[in-house]
Design a protein around this ligand. Structure first.
Ligand SMILES: Cc1cc2nc3c(=O)[nH]c(=O)nc-3n(C[C@H](O)[C@H](O)[C@H](O)COP(=O)(O)OP(=O)(O)OC[C@H]3O[C@@H](n4cnc5c(N)ncnc54)[C@H](O)[C@@H]3O)c2cc1C
Length: 373
């Protein structure tokens, strides 16, 4: 023990792929007040700080030369309630799904379609989590943050332009300045490795307006109601949330039973010109051009990565202990919890990427963040 956290600590239970990994120092953050001492320790030992929530979107190498900070801070605070809306501040360490369930119970609407996504609230804005036709981007009012040691935010005028201060000196960035896009945000770009998200302020609706544009969700709800045409006026937030939970449970492997990091690759996004070339060569490929219900304007055509992977025969195929799930070609699973290394994950992923690129002329992009591998 170093006084602050634990040295050479295993991260095997802190990542849902259950990779064998060790951090130079591991610290659990339960209260904001611990941060000064933690950051001082990181500076003294010249260690970068790597925040982690539940580790459901990372690939960890065998040794992470860093102070890994497990964010456990708790708290949900209801603020203003203007007409038809509520503002809610949520600590970064709150479990995402529990927060969604809490919102549905309170009658705060907008997050139902995002139920059962693993992880914590603080990580949700990083990749603008999305599912079943909804992204969190338009529901985020602001994000509170603290600079990580060595981030030198004041030296970058582009960052300075978007950072704001509250009267009591807290730093935040408005939702509209987060450059949200498909699985992307400013936190993966200009602010990458520079800030700790401490809480998120959501603006949620008090009038329920179901989003049932996603075919699998609409079909499920129609089947449940035993109708061919879904009457949206009769749907409750609970109905939609429960439907999403049921669909996810049947479609996705539970990381507790079969370690995984959800979708391993992003869907391929093509502009008009690229799409023309692609579809001429592969006229039977599925695609969709509809942007998600978010603020992302840039998407033109998305080719499902799962289809590309399946076409090349990787669905259900294993390489040692790693394989692409037999029902979800996009999900890489690890059969040897605590034994497999991040390098093996990346090597397998690179083989899939290369095969897909040779066959289809498009590049897959790995979704989880890699550390030291
Ligand atoms: C079975 C499964 C299904 C999934 N389904 C979906 C889905 O439908 N849609 C979707 O979008 N994603 C999905 N994911 C991916 C994942 O759940 C989300 O990206 C989630 O938001 C990650 O949360 P986490 O707490 O586990 O983050 P981690 O994996 O712990 O961290 C991810 C990144 O965020 C950074 N980070 C974490 N917390 C903070 C913080 N407080 N401040 C600054 N940086 C931070 C980390 O440093 C890291 O770079 C799925 C994953 C799994 C395993």
């Amino acid at each position: 023990m170093s006084g602050v956290g634990q040295n050479n600590a295993s991260l095997a239970t802190h990542n849902t792929l259950k990779l064998r990994s060790q951090a130079s120092t591991l610290v659990e953050l339960n209260k904001h007040e611990q941060l000064d001492a933690i950051f001082e320790h990181a500076r003294d030992f010249k260690l970068p700080v790597v925040p982690l929530g539940e580790g459901s979107n990372v690939v960890l190498g065998e040794h992470i030369e860093a102070l890994v900070l497990i964010v456990n801070t708790q708290g949900i605070t209801l603020l203003d309630t203007p007409d038809n809306a509520v503002y809610v501040d949520v600590a970064a360490g709150e479990n995402w799904h529990d927060f969604v369930v809490h919102c549905v119970k309170q009658g705060w609407h907008g997050l139902e379609n995002l139920a059962l996504i693993p992880g914590k609230v603080g990580a949700a804005p990083i990749q603008n989590i999305g599912a079943y036709g909804v992204e969190i981007a338009p529901l985020i009012a602001r994000i509170y943050l603290t600079p990580l040691p060595g981030s030198e935010l004041d030296k970058d005028p582009n960052i300075q332009r978007v950072l704001q201060h509250t009267d009591d000196g807290n730093l935040f960035i408005a939702g509209g300045d987060c450059q949200f896009a498909y699985r992307d945000s400013i936190f993966k770009n200009a602010l990458r490795d520079k800030v700790l998200i401490t809480s998120v302020r959501f603006k949620l609706g008090t009038r329920f307006e179901p989003v049932v544009t996603y075919p699998a969700l609409r079909d499920y709800l129609s089947r449940q109601a035993n109708v061919s045409q879904l009457d949206q006026a009769n749907l409750s937030a609970n109905d939609v949330m429960n439907a999403v939970v049921s669909i996810r449970r049947t479609k996705l492997p539970d990381p507790v039973e079969l370690p995984n990091a959800g979708s391993f690759f992003k869907n391929v996004v093509l502009d008009d010109e690229q799409f023309d070339v692609f579809i001429k060569r592969h006229p039977h490929a599925p695609y969709y051009s509809q942007p998600l219900a978010g603020i992302d304007q840039s998407i033109q055509y998305k080719i499902p990565a799962a289809w590309l992977i399946e076409q090349r025969g990787f669905k259900g195929r294993y390489d040692g202990n790693l394989g692409m799930h037999n029902q979800q070609a996009l999900v890489m699973v690890n059969r040897a919890a605590g034994d497999t290394q991040g390098d093996a994950v990346i090597a397998f992923a690179e083989r899939i990427k290369q095969t897909v690129e040779e066959s289809f002329g498009v590049r897959l992009e790995i979704e989880p963040r890699r550390y030291s591998c």
